[in-house]
Design a protein around this ligand. Structure first.
Ligand code: ADP
Length: 297
């Protein structure tokens, strides 16, 4: 891809950054073009969504991005989970110092992966983000516009949970998104939110790659017996009802929790375990569906 390509030299007449939107001021137009010029250098953009926090969205995003990078691809991982940025902890990058100049942030390199997290901007990881709505949108926009990823094959985006203003502005800013992965837990109350996430994607024309049911059964580390701690199958059922692919059921596995806490990525350190193989199967399906575009839209 041509590194020097800018909006002015680009021949894509259909690009939305070619012309000013109605009512758009000069600054917003310039910002949009700057963002678009950065996004143009990224071939595949996948967002990981969930109806609520704590279901394993960041876990899936981190493992997906790492697996792609391990496959030799140029991958960026963007953590915009404004209230709970857990990517730095999951990769052992807490306290990483950002490099760059005002208006140009450089992602932190982790093996072959480029990582940017809203958590890197917080001086103290214990700080709660209590910005009001419009401020949060402004931060998300500026954050996206300022990060210089260079040329990437994949950008994996860990979105804020839910279907409110924050994931909405994110999905509107990253255009076009090639697909969304929706992570849920099996019980009905969590899975109901999946419907909202799927309709959210449909309204925004983001193709749904499918639903991952995480924390689906507990595998006893001693005897291997699977116990259903949460009621079963909510994610699978909703995927079927809403006619989107079911990407797989990842069990509760203490190795995943330990990996997340210790900064040792599960798919790298435990790929040969039964759960590691399930995780890899989920990842393979995501990339296969995204590449062949056998998608819901
Ligand atoms: P979210 O991004 O949806 O808020 P996280 O990915 O941060 O959720 O996961 C929440 C917690 O659950 C983390 O401590 C993570 O390590 C743990 N976790 C996620 N998936 C599993 C799993 N399948 N088995 C065990 N622990 C898990």
């Amino acid at each position: 891809m041509d590194n020097k390509k800018t909006c002015d030299s680009c021949g894509d007449a259909s690009c939305s950054a070619k012309a000013k939107n109605q009512g758009e001021n000069d600054q917003d137009f310039a910002d949009r073009r700057r963002l678009q010029a950065r996004l143009c250098r990224i071939q595949h953009k996948i967002v990981v969504l969930s109806g609520k926090g704590g279901v394993g969205k960041s876990t899936v995003a981190v493992n997906l991005a790492t697996a792609l990078a391990l496959g030799g691809l140029r991958v960026g991982l963007l953590d915009v989970d404004i209230h709970g940025p857990s990517v730095p902890t999951m990769l052992g990058l807490e306290g990483a110092t950002l490099k760059g100049t005002p208006g140009e942030l450089l992602p932190v390199e982790f093996g072959g992966l480029k990582v940017m997290s809203i958590g890197f901007l917080l001086h103290n990881p214990d700080d709660a983000i209590i910005w009001r709505g419009p401020m949060k949108m402004g931060v998300i926009k500026q954050f996206l516009t300022d990060v210089n990823w260079g040329d990437l094959d994949y950008l994996i985006v860990d979105a804020p949970p839910g279907t409110g203003d924050e994931p909405l502005s994110l999905c509107q800013l990253i255009q076009p998104l090639d697909g969304a992965v929706i992570v849920t837990t099996p019980q009905k109350v969590a899975a109901i939110d999946v419907r909202k996430s799927i309709s959210f994607c449909r309204q925004l024309n983001v193709p749904v790659l499918g639903v991952v049911e995480n924390m689906s059964g507990f595998v006893c580390p001693k005897c291997g017996e699977v116990t259903q701690i949460l009621p079963e199958g909510g994610g699978r059922k909703i995927a079927a009802d809403m006619n989107v692919p079911f990407l797989g059921a990842i069990p509760l596995d203490q190795n995943i929790a330990q990996s997340g806490d210790s900064g040792k990525v599960f798919i790298y350190h435990a790929s040969e375990t039964p759960t590691g193989k399930i995780m890899q199967g989920v990842i393979d399906q995501i990339t296969e569906l995204e590449q062949t575009k056998k998608l819901d839209s």
